[in-house]
Design a protein around this ligand. Structure first.
Ligand SMILES: Cc1ncc(COP(=O)(O)O)c(C=O)c1O
Length: 393
Protein backbone atom coordinates (compact mmCIF):
# COMPACT_ATOMS: atom_id res chain seq x y z
CA UNK A 1 0.00 0.00 0.00
CA UNK A 2 1.44 3.44 -0.92
CA UNK A 3 0.49 6.90 0.22
CA UNK A 4 -0.50 7.75 -3.39
CA UNK A 5 -2.97 4.90 -3.77
CA UNK A 6 -3.83 3.50 -0.37
CA UNK A 7 -6.47 0.83 0.08
CA UNK A 8 -9.44 1.89 2.14
CA UNK A 9 -8.64 2.21 5.83
CA UNK A 10 -11.84 2.31 7.89
CA UNK A 11 -12.03 4.30 11.10
CA UNK A 12 -12.83 1.22 13.16
CA UNK A 13 -13.10 -2.51 12.66
CA UNK A 14 -14.20 -4.66 15.62
CA UNK A 15 -11.76 -7.41 16.52
CA UNK A 16 -12.60 -10.99 17.49
CA UNK A 17 -10.12 -13.23 19.28
CA UNK A 18 -11.52 -16.43 17.72
CA UNK A 19 -12.85 -17.88 21.00
CA UNK A 20 -16.14 -15.97 20.96
CA UNK A 21 -18.10 -18.67 19.06
CA UNK A 22 -16.96 -21.42 21.40
CA UNK A 23 -17.97 -19.50 24.50
CA UNK A 24 -21.35 -18.60 23.02
CA UNK A 25 -21.90 -22.29 22.27
CA UNK A 26 -21.01 -23.08 25.87
CA UNK A 27 -23.48 -20.49 27.11
CA UNK A 28 -26.21 -22.02 24.95
CA UNK A 29 -25.36 -25.48 26.25
CA UNK A 30 -25.54 -24.22 29.84
CA UNK A 31 -29.12 -23.10 29.10
CA UNK A 32 -28.77 -19.77 30.91
CA UNK A 33 -29.06 -16.87 28.47
CA UNK A 34 -30.26 -14.00 30.62
CA UNK A 35 -28.01 -12.01 32.97
CA UNK A 36 -25.73 -13.42 35.69
CA UNK A 37 -24.81 -16.73 34.07
CA UNK A 38 -21.32 -18.27 34.34
CA UNK A 39 -19.71 -15.97 31.73
CA UNK A 40 -21.25 -12.90 33.24
CA UNK A 41 -19.88 -13.94 36.64
CA UNK A 42 -16.41 -14.46 35.14
CA UNK A 43 -16.50 -11.01 33.53
CA UNK A 44 -17.61 -9.40 36.82
CA UNK A 45 -14.93 -11.16 38.79
CA UNK A 46 -12.24 -10.24 36.28
CA UNK A 47 -13.27 -6.58 36.37
CA UNK A 48 -13.43 -6.58 40.17
CA UNK A 49 -9.90 -8.01 40.36
CA UNK A 50 -8.54 -5.58 37.79
CA UNK A 51 -10.24 -2.45 39.13
CA UNK A 52 -10.56 -3.16 42.83
CA UNK A 53 -14.31 -2.38 42.64
CA UNK A 54 -16.50 -3.84 45.39
CA UNK A 55 -18.73 -5.10 42.56
CA UNK A 56 -18.73 -4.91 38.77
CA UNK A 57 -22.31 -5.26 37.58
CA UNK A 58 -22.58 -6.37 33.96
CA UNK A 59 -25.10 -4.24 32.06
CA UNK A 60 -26.12 -3.85 28.44
CA UNK A 61 -24.23 -0.58 27.78
CA UNK A 62 -22.38 2.27 29.45
CA UNK A 63 -25.58 4.22 28.86
CA UNK A 64 -27.34 1.69 31.12
CA UNK A 65 -24.50 1.93 33.66
CA UNK A 66 -24.84 5.72 33.79
CA UNK A 67 -28.63 5.56 34.15
CA UNK A 68 -28.24 2.96 36.88
CA UNK A 69 -25.66 5.14 38.64
CA UNK A 70 -28.08 8.06 38.71
CA UNK A 71 -30.78 5.83 40.25
CA UNK A 72 -28.30 4.66 42.90
CA UNK A 73 -27.34 8.30 43.59
CA UNK A 74 -31.08 8.95 44.05
CA UNK A 75 -31.09 12.01 41.81
CA UNK A 76 -34.32 13.95 41.95
CA UNK A 77 -35.97 16.73 39.93
CA UNK A 78 -34.26 20.01 40.77
CA UNK A 79 -30.89 18.38 41.46
CA UNK A 80 -27.89 19.49 39.41
CA UNK A 81 -24.96 17.47 38.11
CA UNK A 82 -21.69 18.99 36.91
CA UNK A 83 -20.24 17.43 33.74
CA UNK A 84 -18.36 18.41 30.61
CA UNK A 85 -20.31 19.49 27.55
CA UNK A 86 -17.65 17.74 25.47
CA UNK A 87 -19.02 14.25 26.00
CA UNK A 88 -21.38 11.63 24.62
CA UNK A 89 -25.08 12.34 25.02
CA UNK A 90 -25.57 9.43 27.45
CA UNK A 91 -23.67 11.27 30.22
CA UNK A 92 -26.34 13.99 30.16
CA UNK A 93 -29.37 11.83 29.34
CA UNK A 94 -28.82 9.69 32.44
CA UNK A 95 -29.22 12.84 34.55
CA UNK A 96 -32.12 14.28 32.57
CA UNK A 97 -34.05 11.00 32.83
CA UNK A 98 -34.12 11.51 36.63
CA UNK A 99 -35.58 14.99 36.11
CA UNK A 100 -32.27 16.56 37.16
CA UNK A 101 -30.23 19.20 35.32
CA UNK A 102 -26.80 18.81 33.73
CA UNK A 103 -24.56 21.80 34.41
CA UNK A 104 -21.97 22.00 31.66
CA UNK A 105 -18.44 23.09 32.61
CA UNK A 106 -15.54 23.66 30.22
CA UNK A 107 -12.71 21.20 29.58
CA UNK A 108 -8.96 21.53 30.00
CA UNK A 109 -7.21 22.53 26.77
CA UNK A 110 -4.53 19.86 27.26
CA UNK A 111 -6.35 16.63 28.15
CA UNK A 112 -9.81 17.71 26.94
CA UNK A 113 -11.20 16.46 30.26
CA UNK A 114 -13.37 18.41 32.71
CA UNK A 115 -11.40 21.45 33.93
CA UNK A 116 -11.21 20.90 37.67
CA UNK A 117 -10.22 24.56 38.18
CA UNK A 118 -13.70 25.62 37.02
CA UNK A 119 -15.73 23.04 38.90
CA UNK A 120 -15.91 24.50 42.42
CA UNK A 121 -17.32 27.81 41.21
CA UNK A 122 -20.10 25.85 39.45
CA UNK A 123 -21.16 24.13 42.69
CA UNK A 124 -24.41 25.52 44.08
CA UNK A 125 -27.07 24.50 46.61
CA UNK A 126 -28.70 22.09 44.12
CA UNK A 127 -25.47 20.35 43.07
CA UNK A 128 -25.49 16.65 43.88
CA UNK A 129 -22.77 15.09 41.75
CA UNK A 130 -19.72 15.62 39.56
CA UNK A 131 -19.31 13.40 36.51
CA UNK A 132 -15.81 13.46 35.00
CA UNK A 133 -15.45 11.83 31.59
CA UNK A 134 -12.13 10.13 30.78
CA UNK A 135 -11.88 11.27 27.19
CA UNK A 136 -9.95 8.91 24.90
CA UNK A 137 -9.13 6.71 27.91
CA UNK A 138 -6.93 9.46 29.33
CA UNK A 139 -7.54 9.90 33.05
CA UNK A 140 -9.36 13.09 34.10
CA UNK A 141 -8.27 15.05 37.20
CA UNK A 142 -10.19 12.78 39.54
CA UNK A 143 -7.98 13.40 42.57
CA UNK A 144 -8.79 17.11 42.53
CA UNK A 145 -12.45 16.43 41.72
CA UNK A 146 -12.65 13.90 44.55
CA UNK A 147 -11.47 16.61 46.93
CA UNK A 148 -14.08 19.06 45.69
CA UNK A 149 -16.78 16.37 45.90
CA UNK A 150 -15.66 15.59 49.47
CA UNK A 151 -15.73 19.28 50.52
CA UNK A 152 -19.28 19.77 49.26
CA UNK A 153 -20.72 16.34 50.05
CA UNK A 154 -21.22 15.44 46.38
CA UNK A 155 -21.14 12.15 44.54
CA UNK A 156 -18.37 11.56 42.05
CA UNK A 157 -19.54 9.26 39.28
CA UNK A 158 -16.99 8.51 36.57
CA UNK A 159 -17.94 8.15 32.95
CA UNK A 160 -15.12 5.74 32.08
CA UNK A 161 -16.92 4.46 28.97
CA UNK A 162 -13.68 4.80 27.00
CA UNK A 163 -11.43 3.88 29.90
CA UNK A 164 -11.25 0.09 30.16
CA UNK A 165 -7.67 -1.00 31.00
CA UNK A 166 -6.54 2.59 31.54
CA UNK A 167 -5.03 3.79 34.81
CA UNK A 168 -4.22 6.95 36.69
CA UNK A 169 -1.51 6.84 39.35
CA UNK A 170 -1.73 3.05 39.12
CA UNK A 171 -5.48 2.90 39.76
CA UNK A 172 -8.08 1.80 37.21
CA UNK A 173 -10.27 4.47 35.67
CA UNK A 174 -13.78 4.06 37.02
CA UNK A 175 -12.50 3.06 40.46
CA UNK A 176 -12.08 6.54 41.97
CA UNK A 177 -15.70 7.67 42.32
CA UNK A 178 -18.46 5.94 44.25
CA UNK A 179 -19.56 4.57 40.88
CA UNK A 180 -17.95 4.24 37.44
CA UNK A 181 -19.36 3.31 34.02
CA UNK A 182 -17.46 1.21 31.45
CA UNK A 183 -18.47 0.51 27.83
CA UNK A 184 -17.95 -2.59 25.70
CA UNK A 185 -19.59 -1.11 22.62
CA UNK A 186 -18.26 -2.18 19.22
CA UNK A 187 -16.07 0.92 19.05
CA UNK A 188 -14.36 0.25 22.39
CA UNK A 189 -11.05 -1.55 23.05
CA UNK A 190 -12.74 -4.62 24.52
CA UNK A 191 -16.15 -5.32 23.08
CA UNK A 192 -19.22 -7.49 22.85
CA UNK A 193 -21.13 -5.33 20.38
CA UNK A 194 -23.24 -3.58 22.99
CA UNK A 195 -22.27 -3.93 26.63
CA UNK A 196 -21.11 -2.18 29.75
CA UNK A 197 -20.38 -2.49 33.44
CA UNK A 198 -21.13 -0.41 36.50
CA UNK A 199 -18.20 -0.39 38.91
CA UNK A 200 -19.59 -0.03 42.41
CA UNK A 201 -16.68 1.13 44.54
CA UNK A 202 -18.55 1.56 47.80
CA UNK A 203 -19.62 -1.74 49.37
CA UNK A 204 -22.65 -0.06 50.94
CA UNK A 205 -24.06 0.64 47.46
CA UNK A 206 -23.77 -2.85 46.00
CA UNK A 207 -27.17 -4.12 47.00
CA UNK A 208 -29.10 -1.04 45.94
CA UNK A 209 -27.28 -1.13 42.58
CA UNK A 210 -28.05 -4.83 42.05
CA UNK A 211 -31.69 -4.33 42.89
CA UNK A 212 -32.02 -1.28 40.61
CA UNK A 213 -30.34 -3.23 37.77
CA UNK A 214 -32.82 -6.09 38.20
CA UNK A 215 -36.03 -4.07 37.67
CA UNK A 216 -36.08 -3.00 41.32
CA UNK A 217 -36.50 -6.57 42.52
CA UNK A 218 -34.67 -8.89 44.92
CA UNK A 219 -33.76 -11.26 42.05
CA UNK A 220 -30.13 -11.61 43.23
CA UNK A 221 -31.30 -12.75 46.67
CA UNK A 222 -33.52 -15.30 44.96
CA UNK A 223 -30.67 -16.55 42.73
CA UNK A 224 -28.30 -16.86 45.67
CA UNK A 225 -30.90 -18.64 47.82
CA UNK A 226 -31.09 -15.84 50.42
CA UNK A 227 -34.85 -15.69 49.91
CA UNK A 228 -37.51 -17.88 48.35
CA UNK A 229 -39.78 -14.87 47.74
CA UNK A 230 -39.30 -12.75 44.65
CA UNK A 231 -40.59 -9.22 45.16
CA UNK A 232 -40.43 -5.57 44.09
CA UNK A 233 -38.35 -3.44 46.43
CA UNK A 234 -37.47 -0.08 44.88
CA UNK A 235 -37.21 1.82 41.58
CA UNK A 236 -35.23 0.05 38.88
CA UNK A 237 -35.13 -1.05 35.30
CA UNK A 238 -33.86 -3.87 33.11
CA UNK A 239 -30.16 -3.16 32.69
CA UNK A 240 -28.60 -6.63 32.82
CA UNK A 241 -26.25 -8.05 30.17
CA UNK A 242 -27.34 -11.10 28.17
CA UNK A 243 -25.20 -14.17 28.82
CA UNK A 244 -24.57 -14.41 25.05
CA UNK A 245 -22.88 -11.01 25.15
CA UNK A 246 -21.03 -11.95 28.33
CA UNK A 247 -19.70 -15.08 26.59
CA UNK A 248 -18.40 -12.92 23.71
CA UNK A 249 -16.97 -10.40 26.16
CA UNK A 250 -15.19 -13.06 28.20
CA UNK A 251 -13.16 -14.07 25.14
CA UNK A 252 -12.06 -10.44 24.86
CA UNK A 253 -11.33 -9.86 28.54
CA UNK A 254 -9.09 -12.93 28.56
CA UNK A 255 -7.01 -11.16 25.90
CA UNK A 256 -7.41 -7.62 27.21
CA UNK A 257 -3.71 -7.16 28.05
CA UNK A 258 -2.67 -8.26 24.58
CA UNK A 259 -5.36 -6.12 22.90
CA UNK A 260 -4.17 -3.07 24.85
CA UNK A 261 -0.52 -3.72 23.92
CA UNK A 262 -1.43 -4.05 20.24
CA UNK A 263 -3.42 -0.81 20.27
CA UNK A 264 -0.60 0.91 22.13
CA UNK A 265 1.87 0.02 19.38
CA UNK A 266 -0.37 1.71 16.81
CA UNK A 267 -0.96 4.73 19.05
CA UNK A 268 2.79 5.12 19.62
CA UNK A 269 3.43 4.80 15.89
CA UNK A 270 1.00 7.66 15.19
CA UNK A 271 2.51 9.75 17.98
CA UNK A 272 6.00 9.28 16.59
CA UNK A 273 4.99 9.80 12.95
CA UNK A 274 3.19 13.07 13.71
CA UNK A 275 5.83 14.59 15.99
CA UNK A 276 7.45 16.69 13.26
CA UNK A 277 4.07 18.04 12.19
CA UNK A 278 3.44 19.22 15.73
CA UNK A 279 6.92 20.77 15.81
CA UNK A 280 6.06 22.63 12.61
CA UNK A 281 2.82 23.89 14.12
CA UNK A 282 0.60 21.98 11.69
CA UNK A 283 -1.32 20.07 14.33
CA UNK A 284 -1.38 19.24 18.01
CA UNK A 285 -1.05 15.67 19.25
CA UNK A 286 -2.77 14.26 22.38
CA UNK A 287 -1.25 15.41 25.68
CA UNK A 288 -0.56 12.67 28.22
CA UNK A 289 0.19 14.04 31.69
CA UNK A 290 2.38 12.37 34.29
CA UNK A 291 0.71 9.49 36.11
CA UNK A 292 -1.62 8.74 33.21
CA UNK A 293 -1.42 5.24 31.71
CA UNK A 294 -3.94 5.55 28.89
CA UNK A 295 -5.35 2.61 26.94
CA UNK A 296 -4.74 3.76 23.33
CA UNK A 297 -8.47 3.99 22.84
CA UNK A 298 -8.20 6.80 20.35
CA UNK A 299 -5.67 8.76 18.34
CA UNK A 300 -6.81 12.28 17.58
CA UNK A 301 -5.17 15.42 16.27
CA UNK A 302 -6.19 19.03 16.74
CA UNK A 303 -5.80 21.19 13.65
CA UNK A 304 -5.96 24.94 13.21
CA UNK A 305 -9.68 25.51 12.72
CA UNK A 306 -12.95 23.98 11.54
CA UNK A 307 -12.20 24.69 7.86
CA UNK A 308 -8.88 22.87 8.15
CA UNK A 309 -10.59 19.99 9.97
CA UNK A 310 -13.19 19.57 7.23
CA UNK A 311 -10.52 19.87 4.55
CA UNK A 312 -8.41 17.23 6.29
CA UNK A 313 -11.32 14.78 6.66
CA UNK A 314 -12.19 15.25 2.95
CA UNK A 315 -8.58 14.88 1.81
CA UNK A 316 -8.20 11.66 3.82
CA UNK A 317 -11.49 10.30 2.47
CA UNK A 318 -10.26 10.89 -1.09
CA UNK A 319 -7.28 8.66 -0.21
CA UNK A 320 -9.52 5.97 1.25
CA UNK A 321 -8.83 6.88 4.88
CA UNK A 322 -11.90 7.26 7.07
CA UNK A 323 -11.24 9.91 9.72
CA UNK A 324 -14.00 11.43 11.80
CA UNK A 325 -14.64 14.41 14.04
CA UNK A 326 -16.09 13.84 17.50
CA UNK A 327 -18.57 15.23 19.97
CA UNK A 328 -20.89 18.00 19.01
CA UNK A 329 -20.89 19.98 22.30
CA UNK A 330 -23.98 19.33 24.37
CA UNK A 331 -24.37 22.78 25.92
CA UNK A 332 -25.60 24.48 22.74
CA UNK A 333 -27.38 21.45 21.25
CA UNK A 334 -31.22 21.58 21.25
CA UNK A 335 -31.30 18.99 24.07
CA UNK A 336 -28.62 20.77 26.07
CA UNK A 337 -30.41 24.11 25.82
CA UNK A 338 -33.70 22.50 26.81
CA UNK A 339 -32.53 20.32 29.70
CA UNK A 340 -29.21 21.70 30.89
CA UNK A 341 -27.41 24.92 31.59
CA UNK A 342 -23.91 26.18 30.98
CA UNK A 343 -21.49 27.42 33.56
CA UNK A 344 -19.28 30.02 31.91
CA UNK A 345 -18.44 30.44 28.26
CA UNK A 346 -17.22 26.89 27.45
CA UNK A 347 -14.88 28.41 24.89
CA UNK A 348 -12.35 25.54 24.97
CA UNK A 349 -15.15 23.04 24.33
CA UNK A 350 -16.44 24.98 21.32
CA UNK A 351 -12.94 25.52 20.01
CA UNK A 352 -11.77 21.92 20.39
CA UNK A 353 -14.97 20.39 18.99
CA UNK A 354 -14.40 22.26 15.73
CA UNK A 355 -10.75 21.25 15.37
CA UNK A 356 -10.51 17.61 16.43
CA UNK A 357 -10.06 14.73 13.98
CA UNK A 358 -9.90 11.06 15.04
CA UNK A 359 -7.70 8.79 12.96
CA UNK A 360 -8.25 5.05 12.28
CA UNK A 361 -7.00 2.79 15.08
CA UNK A 362 -8.06 -0.84 15.34
CA UNK A 363 -6.47 -4.20 15.94
CA UNK A 364 -5.56 -5.74 12.62
CA UNK A 365 -4.25 -2.45 11.30
CA UNK A 366 -0.48 -2.50 10.85
CA UNK A 367 2.20 0.12 11.26
CA UNK A 368 2.47 0.56 7.47
CA UNK A 369 -1.15 1.66 7.44
CA UNK A 370 -0.43 4.07 10.29
CA UNK A 371 2.39 5.50 8.18
CA UNK A 372 0.00 5.76 5.22
CA UNK A 373 -2.50 7.71 7.30
CA UNK A 374 0.23 9.94 8.76
CA UNK A 375 1.56 10.66 5.24
CA UNK A 376 -1.94 11.50 4.07
CA UNK A 377 -2.35 13.89 7.04
CA UNK A 378 1.03 15.43 6.19
CA UNK A 379 0.19 16.08 2.57
CA UNK A 380 -3.27 17.45 3.42
CA UNK A 381 -1.84 19.92 5.95
CA UNK A 382 1.33 20.66 4.02
CA UNK A 383 0.85 24.41 3.77
CA UNK A 384 2.72 25.88 6.78
CA UNK A 385 0.45 27.90 9.01
CA UNK A 386 0.46 29.58 12.38
CA UNK A 387 1.40 27.41 15.33
CA UNK A 388 -1.25 25.19 16.90
CA UNK A 389 -0.14 25.75 20.48
CA UNK A 390 -0.27 23.38 23.42
CA UNK A 391 -3.09 25.36 24.92
CA UNK A 392 -5.18 24.57 21.89
CA UNK A 393 -6.10 28.21 21.49
C1 LIG B 1 -18.02 9.20 27.15
C2 LIG B 1 -19.06 8.19 26.80
N1 LIG B 1 -20.05 7.93 27.66
C3 LIG B 1 -20.99 7.02 27.39
C4 LIG B 1 -20.99 6.31 26.21
C5 LIG B 1 -22.07 5.32 25.94
O1 LIG B 1 -21.58 4.02 25.81
P1 LIG B 1 -22.51 2.84 25.29
O2 LIG B 1 -22.50 2.90 23.80
O3 LIG B 1 -21.87 1.59 25.82
O4 LIG B 1 -23.85 3.06 25.85
C6 LIG B 1 -19.98 6.55 25.27
C7 LIG B 1 -19.97 5.83 24.00
O5 LIG B 1 -19.20 6.08 23.11
C8 LIG B 1 -18.99 7.52 25.57
O6 LIG B 1 -18.00 7.79 24.71
Amino acid sequence: MTSEQPGRIPFNRPFATGREHRYIDEAIAAAHLSSDGQFSRRCSQWLEERTGAAAALMVHSATAALELAMIVADLKPGDEVIMPSYTFVSTANAVVLRGATPVFVDIRPDTLNLDERLVEEAVGPATRAIVPVHYAGVGASVRELEEIAGRWGLWMIEDAAQGVMARLDGRALGSFGALGALSFHETKNVTCGEGGALLVNDTALVRVAEVARDKGTNRMDLLSGVTAHYTWIQQGSSYGMSELNAAFLWAQLESADDLTRRRMRLWDAYHEALLDMEEHGLLRRPVILEGVAHNAHMYYVLVEDRTTRDRLIDALARKGVQAVFHYVPLHDSPGGLRYGRSHGALSVTTNVAGRLVRLPLWIGMDETQVATVADAVRSALSRPRSAVGPTGT
